[in-house]
Write a protein that binds this ligand. Structure first.
Ligand code: FES
Ligand code: FES
Length: 165
């Protein structure tokens, strides 16, 4: 990011329930808007071009790769990041399941995996284990924790929906 140029655009994002005014450069990605301007570093930058899913957040409840979209396109939208899903005292069920199933090693992909799984549950399309694998396939894990990630997400889907995969 070129820090020498001054931000020229103002927008309001409702981030994790709070209206947040950002003054940004117009070409700022939503990912950089969150990390560099809103100070929310939970969302991770992996590839920065739509291939790893580390930057997944929820926009109006739908999962999105935040590196592939401009922040200015989301003026007035509701953004949920990993910081908005739970607290240390009250983890989101997916966060608790990731801990219980040891579903991470370095943890770099984890915020994106969890936000993606929340979006996937909002979509309500998973009916089988293969569906789950396919619909989480946009989130890569360099540590290869896939089987434990799968178990964690599957457990929460089954608990929430009663659908046995
Ligand atoms: S950082 Fe966005 S998909 Fe990899
Ligand atoms: S836990 Fe390390 S990249 Fe997934």
């Amino acid at each position: 990011m070129n820090l020498s140029e001054k931000p020229t655009h103002s927008l309001i994002l409702k981030i994790n329930g709070t209206d947040t005014i950002l003054k940004i450069k117009p070409w700022t990605s939503l990912l950089d808007g969150l990390r560099e301007y809103a100070g929310l570093s939970g969302t991770k930058k992996g590839c920065d071009h739509g291939q790893c899913g580390a930057c997944t957040v929820l926009v109006d409840g739908k999962r999105i790769n935040s590196c592939l979209t401009l922040a200015v396109m989301h003026d007035g939208h509701e953004i949920t990041t990993i910081e908005g899903l739970g607290t240390l005292e009250n983890l989101h069920p997916l966060q608790a399941a990731f801990v219980e199933h040891d579903a991470f090693q370095c943890g770099y992909c984890t915020p994106g995996q969890i936000c993606s799984a929340v979006g996937l549950m909002n979509e309500g399309k998973v009916k089988t284990e293969d569906d789950l694998r396919e619909m989480m396939s946009g989130n890569l894990c360099r540590c290869g924790a896939y089987s434990n990630i799968f178990d964690a997400v599957k457990e929460v889907i089954n608990h929430k929906t009663g659908v046995l995969l």
